[in-house]
Write a protein that binds this ligand. Structure first.
Ligand code: ADE
Length: 232
């Protein structure tokens, strides 16, 4: 799967793409991440990408030309056009079903904003799908794009060592329960012990216990997940 990230700050991604699962997925040819600097499509000596909002107000707005031309050039650079996603707090909320849908795509373009937002004509011309990772405002879409990549790649076959671990995840389709608690060695730490059932070797008992713990946790912490899902 290919991700094209369009940003004013490609350097933000350097640590992200060179560590852990994503690094291995890239090395294994399962994932390809291409970074594009929107500023490369800006004009003039100063390569302005933003300007003050018409009508006044604080902050700066991303100008249409560099953003639109950057997207068009990136789309043209590969045979399969990517699904264009704009990261913005005004977008539809990213949920696990949406992540599952995105993981089916061969290519995603992730357009990251900065400042006070995008000139509206960018949206009129490019018709992106607008996504928000939550009801809070980030300084830019870059960290949101990392959230999209991180959540999507876990679902690409071969990226996780154990396929089952993404199927069991909280929020995945067919599972709206929080994960049960986990323990590893040692059996005792600072007087706290591992529940006996986990040491019993009885797999059906262990599965039953874990399921019960998941239900209890969900009831206590996120009772809303036990309601039938709403189609947002
Ligand atoms: N850019 C700024 N805030 C954001 C958010 N909550 N989600 C996605 N992109 C953003």
């Amino acid at each position: 799967m290919r991700f094209d990230v369009l940003t004013l700050f490609p350097e933000i991604f350097s640590g992200f793409v060179s560590q852990s699962l994503l690094k291995l997925a890239i090395q294994g040819g399962l994932v390809d991440v291409r970074l594009h600097n929107i500023r490369d499509w800006a004009e003039g000596k100063h390569q302005h990408v933003d300007d003050r909002p018409f009508g006044g107000g604080p902050g700066m707005v991303l100008m249409p030309k560099p953003v639109v031309e950057c997207v068009e050039a990136v789309q043209a650079a590969a045979e399969t056009p990517g699904r264009l996603i704009m990261l913005t707090p005004q977008g539809k909320r990213l949920t696990q079903p949406k992540v599952e849908e995105l993981a089916q795509q061969p290519r995603l373009l992730l357009l990251c904003g900065r400042y006070e937002g995008f000139d509206e004509r960018i949206k009129q011309i490019l018709q992106p799908e607008e996504l928000s990772i939550g009801d809070y405002v980030l300084n830019g879409g870059e960290t949101a794009a990392m959230v999209v990549i991180d959540s999507v790649i876990r679902l690409i076959p071969g990226v996780l060592g154990d396929e089952q671990s993404s199927i069991d995840d909280s929020f995945s389709t067919g599972n709206r329960l929080l994960e049960h608690e986990q323990y590893t060695r040692p059996r005792e730490f600072r007087g706290l012990t591992v529940p006996d059932v986990l040491l019993s070797g009885n797999h059906s008992e262990i599965a039953r216990w874990r399921n019960e713990q998941s239900r209890k946790r969900t009831q206590q912490r996120r009772a809303d997940l036990l309601e039938p899902p709403t189609t947002e």
